[in-house]
Design a binder for this molecule. Structure first.
Ligand code: NAD
Ligand code: MG
Length: 394
């Protein structure tokens, strides 16, 4: 039996994870769940999976959750704050941790799981973007097992040779990182500034949380994934080609020196990479239907237009620059996306804010978690300033 902590259980990835867990009660059991806002949903999840612990943001959330929890799962104990998250991520009873909190707040608990040497299923790409060097060093030191949940990285992992890593390239020439191009792939450029949050979140192929949906519309998501792939697979940004593939059937590819290209295909449903990582190196059913390749009929590819997707360009530059640039990019993006979702910024303002923050701040070489977090904070303040300037309230 494998005991699992799901950080961010109430989100899109969290729910898909619990769906896979429910299909295999003989293999997986929930040790702890965490949630931030949807406390009713969290209580229902506790009722179904009877975890030993549930982690919430603060005492007020704990008080709200206490009553429904008494009725639905009286033996579940409530823990609070970042400390509670870190505790349930690193407890000795836990075998696997699904890191599916969105954004930079996911870094500490994910790192706690890594430092405890857990099998870590990484959905929270922001933690690698912010602190990739420290994070990967912690994985090596603690001998943790890091498995990618992001569908592209999970696909790359599946296509890499068994002897890849530890200085061994196994004949790999490059990686082809695919992305759909999001809902605005062919929207007239002049209309982009008028796109609403609901339009940006209406992804053609994937059902996801709102932050990553906006990142997909700007293609910042692909930029964050480029940085994520560099850390996970020890690649230089130049060894990764970003390819637009509107059908989202191929989830990414690996090219070898002999000219072979291996791809992983499947329906766009996150339960496939989740089940793959949970059962690895075995395989289990995920509930995902067979891909109908006859119905799919065709696969299209194009190269990304960096004028349409300036966020992708900014992320590519930050990947090459290294140091604190990716952490600044990530923090500015989180603030800008929240500004867009909250109606304070137009869609095209997101790239504007990120570019200005990157221009304003000095790029440093943060060598500790505290240094990374202070870059993150500085970039957040700077992004708030820029938003005030852009919206004329500065
Ligand atoms: P979501 O918005 O649906 O869920 C986010 C989860 O994080 C929720 O459980 C929420 O309660 C929790 N959370 C939010 N703010 C928090 C805070 N301040 N403190 C503690 N918990 C907090 O997001 P999602 O789509 O499930 O994405 C989760 C992560 O997985 C993101 O990093 C995203 O980039 C990554 N990811 C998602 C997908 C996808 O298909 N949804 C694919 C690849 C990667
Ligand atoms: Mg992805």
């Amino acid at each position: 039996m494998q005991y699992l902590t799901v950080l961010g259980a109430t989100g899109s990835i969290g729910e898909s994870t619990l769906d896979v867990v429910a299909r295999h009660p003989d293999r997986f059991r929930i040790f702890a769940l965490s949630g931030y806002s949807q406390l009713d949903k969290l209580a229902r999840q506790c009722g179904q999976f009877k975890p030993s612990f549930v982690a919430v943001a603060d005492e007020q959330s704990a008080a709200t959750l206490a009553e429904p929890l008494r009725a639905l799962s009286p033996t579940t104990e409530i823990v609070v704050g970042q400390e509670g998250l870190c505790d349930v991520a690193s407890a000795p009873e836990v075998d696997m941790v699904m890191a599916a909190i969105v954004g930079a707040v996911g870094l500490r608990p994910t790192l706690a799981a890594v430092l405890a040497g857990k099998k870590v299923l990484l959905a929270n790409k922001e933690s690698l973007v912010m602190a990739g060097g420290l994070f990967m060093e912690a994985v090596r030191r603690a001998d943790a097992t890091l498995l990618p949940i992001d569908s592209e990285h999970n696909a790359i992992f599946q296509c890499l040779p068994a002897n890849y890593g530890l200085g061994q390239r196994g004949g790999v020439r490059k990686v082809l990182l695919t992305g759909s191009g999001g809902p605005f792939r062919s929207t007239p450029l002049a209309s982009l500034s008028t796109m609403t949050p609901d339009q940006a979140c209406a992804h053609p192929n994937w059902q996801m949380g709102r932050k990553i949906s906006v990142d997909s519309a700007t293609m910042m998501n692909k930029g964050l994934e480029l940085i994520e792939a560099c850390w996970l697979f020890d690649l230089h940004p130049e060894e990764i080609d970003v390819v637009i593939h509107p059908q989202s059937v191929i989830h990414s590819m690996v090219e070898y020196v002999d000219g072979s290209i291996l791809a992983q295909l499947g329906n766009p449903d996150m339960r496939t990479p989740i089940a793959h990582a949970m059962a690895w190196p075995e395989r289990v059913t995920s509930g995902v239907a067979s891909l109908d390749i006859i119905q799919t009929a065709r696969l299209d590819f194009e190269s990304p237009d960096l004028q349409r997707f300036p966020c992708l360009k900014l992320a590519m530059e930050a990947a090459c620059r290294g140091g604190s640039a990716p952490a600044i990019l990530n923090a500015a993006n989180e603030v800008a996306v929240a500004g867009f979702l909250g109606g304070r910024l137009p869609f095209t303002g997101i790239a504007e804010v990120v570019a200005r923050v990157l221009n304003r701040l000095e790029i440093t070489e943060p060598d500790s978690l505290e240094a990374v977090q202070s870059c993150d904070q500085l970039a957040r303040h700077s992004a708030e300033d820029v938003i005030e300037q852009l919206t004329g309230k500065g």
